[in-house]
Write a protein that binds this ligand. Sequence first.
Ligand SMILES: Cc1ncc(COP(=O)(O)O)c(C=O)c1O
Length: 467
Amino acid sequence: MSDKESIQTNHSRRNFLKGATGAVVAGVSASAFSGAVQATEQTVDWRSSLGKKNDKRFWNKVQKQFVLDKRTTYMNIGTTGSMPKHVLEGYEHNNKLVAKYPWDMKGEFGGFPYVSDMIADIAPGFGANADELVLSRNTTDGLCSIINGLHFEPGDVILTTHHEHVAATSPMNVAKHRFGVDVIEVQLPVFTGTENVTEEDYVQAFRDAIEAHPNVRLMVFSHITYKTGTTLPAKAICSLAKEHRIPTLVDGAHTVGMFALDLHDMDCDFYAGSGHKWQCGPGATGILYVRDNGRRLDEYWSDRQNPLWLINSSLSHADHLGKQMQMQYVGNDNYPAKQALADSCKMWDEIGRDRIQERILELSHQCKTLLIEALPHVKLYSPNVEGLTSGLTTFSPFDDGTDEQRLISFRDRLREEYGYIIRTTSFKLYKEDVYETHALRISTHLFHDEKDVEGLVQAIADLYYSF
Ligand SMILES: Cc1ncc(COP(=O)(O)O)c(C=O)c1O
């Protein structure tokens, strides 16, 4: 076997960009198949650059780890992210191995890794135990596995919000028609630029709904709503749910890779997130957290036999394995994609997830502040309030939110004439509204800096005045 074909691994998983020697590994292990660090990689020691003084230089190094097209500035991570260079290289390397040795459990190159090893590597970064995390396909996959698997009965209530993504509303709609479940939407307070909103406003909205509906069997809500980029106080909402012995399923599409999550501390029952968005893993990767391997669900739903059916598993009959393992195994897997997600998670862990969160929120704060300064009629729908803010900024340069076409052409011209890629979004301010409000949405992430944000707002202002 030539060197090129051999499996390479980081000899130090902590300093993954430092070690470029690529030791050949034999034997089956996750690291055998890992990041496949190439000898061309730059040397970056994240730990020695932690000082505040070096911040600019430090983030500049991070920015250089991405291969995004330099002719444009991509600011739609909320839809999907972009793999860091070394993750992409490892992914390509591992894909070639799979093509070359399609079924090789412990063959010439050391065999494919165990997904459980990858999980053990990254679970602590999310405040989870290894037996609580499933590497899923994406947020949709996680949400559907739980909602479609729950053993509902007619008259059960699912409490949700009026700003959920179709990834959640679609399986809830199935539960409604299949079992006669009532899906009740909580009216979320929606920030429209001026009024005060507090975390307690959101908790109160759920409290009122629980009191009005005694038969709530599940609560489903986004940690960050994709429409307005509002962060909901997930820990407080889960704590409220616990008081009422209601399991919680949190849609974390936008928090994985954006926030420093501690899922044990949040104490939700299920958490479904994307690996391909802010976490910058490959497409069709995600995580699904199943608290304590599903034991609390059994306790809360003790009146139901088999509360969670494993509708998406090759091992639904193997109860001794536990829910997490059973849910993980769905036929043959895409090991290179899962390894690439794990590699990206390790990079985030090494930088420090607190630090990443702080950086993203810094850029987002700058973006929101500059938009308000630059646009006389701006409507900001994302609260710039600690605890409720996120890396998403939803706004309209115009005070009239009814003209979708105008915003579509604004978005398109921003890309064509200035090179900034953002997206449009729409939502109901009030759940009874007949018409949707239309807006634009910006994502700020690790591959941006202050100049990108200034440039974007300048471009938006120029375009606004010529529109
Ligand atoms: C809030 C929310 N949930 C779920 C999804 C679906 O994510 P995925 O593509 O990972 O299934 C999205 C996608 O944008 C989203 O914004």
